[in-house]
Ligand binder design. Sequence first.
Ligand code: C5P
Length: 225
Amino acid sequence: MKTIALIVAAGRGERAGGGLPKQYRPLAGVPVLRRSLQPFLAHPRIDAVRVVIADGHQDAYAAATAGLALLAPVTGGAERQDSVRRGLESLAGEAADAVLIHDAARPFVPAAMIDRVLDALADAPAALPVLPVVDTLKRGADGAVAETVPRDGLWRAQTPQGFRYAEILAAHRAAAASPPATDDAALAERAGLRVALVEGSEEAGKLTTAEDLARAEARLAAALE
Ligand code: C5P
């Protein structure tokens, strides 16, 4: 099974503050993007890796990925969904059977999590790594609790999300004119594909805010002590 990892890094990273988008910031000296690519480049079941970047970030990309064996980057779009669709379209000539779609903002994906996603693709066209919801959920209205939402059967979705290539490309094409989804499994669902749930990892959390970056940096520093 030829498998390609598609890493979306075309976000502007505004929520993390500062000038440089978060995927190009150094984490203990190594750019977030470079860290995010390593588990895929090192994985024996992944044949190639392509990154989707924002127009204007070419220099930051080149600096962050110097020396790595990657397919040439492609340019993303205004929404994450546009970036993924462009990335998928760019893989049309690669004869991929499967694609793993991953957020560049998740730098610590364990190899075993990649294996779980790929294993699930043997029996389903899509595979989603998830973690249980541990907090009690409330719906709010006008500054007060409107109701408590039962958390049974609810999951937090992570990436990498795995798909059979032809199916997810078709799902993205079909959704191109619809309001954007925040992950790719949502488009697979919309297309009527079965999305298998597999166990995610707390390590694979997304770095969104400046605090997330600071926490990750502290964790890396502690690991080196
Ligand atoms: O904004 P958010 O944290 O949900 O972004 C998730 C991932 O999608 C990030 O790695 C970001 O770089 C990427 N993205 C993208 N193109 C966009 C917006 C986000 O590739 N237009």
